[in-house]
Design a protein around this ligand. Sequence first.
Ligand code: SAM
Length: 285
Amino acid sequence: MSSDKRAILYIVATPIGNYADFSPRAREVLAGADVIAAEDTRHSARLLQHMGISTPCVAYHEHNERTMCDKLVGQLLAGTSVALISDAGTPMISDPGYHLVRAAQEAGIPVSAIPGPSALVTALSVSGLPSDRFIFEGFLPSKSGTRRNRLQELAAETRTLIFYESPHRILDSLTDMATIFGAEREGVIARELTKTYETVRRAPLGELQQWVAADHEQQLGEIVVLIHGAPNRPVQEIDPESARILAILNAELPLKQAASLTAEITGLKKNALYKYGLGVGEKDE
Ligand code: SAM
């Protein structure tokens, strides 16, 4: 324990596959910290050993997050500097850490990021899809019904969509994506980024689905799926009174129901009101 130095919680990104992507600053911080909190200590031991870092490690994962939070904040308050890492990439991005950052901030402990790789940004940068506006959805639900519902909710999303996917679900997910977004919608599979078998392919979703189904290699490793956003819909114009009624109803009800009731009240077409509602949603984002 080093009581003479100001304790800091460092959030340290590590490579997503290629050790050469480990930054000199990440190395310096991990070597200099009193404790490394790692998602899987055995997994991280390989990287740390490779980098010649002998800082003691404690486990910090989704199953002990709450209890370890209190413990680590107590240590930070006592002057121990802690560096948080995950198995790969940036902690917090589909990985634990959020509770610890929040608890540290609430205890007045400085939190400092040592930035580095993350699969989502790496994949977006080589996808060839619009990158000015995007949304990251993390992992889709594993149950097919829930997954389809989630995809349905995203079908009109105009920003580039980014998903993490596990190799054993990639085919089912692509099949659902092609059905719900349409086989012609452009998608990208970014697999094994920064590693020996790095593969990036952009094609219509139907084609991607068939390619992955036919080539088992494409169902292995770590995968990011990106999908082109839906085309922008022109905002339908309706009279101000109907727009007001729709807005009031839509504050309480799903758009479909609100449009249907507004149609009954105003005599306007349900479809036109629905399209108008979608357009307003997009303008408000
Ligand atoms: N924190 C990590 C990050 O910053 O990207 C992500 C952790 S999440 C538990 C693991 C998922 O990230 C994998 O299932 C995969 O979808 C994606 N991923 C991680 N490394 C990858 C790589 N080298 N190539 C493609 N996808 C990767």
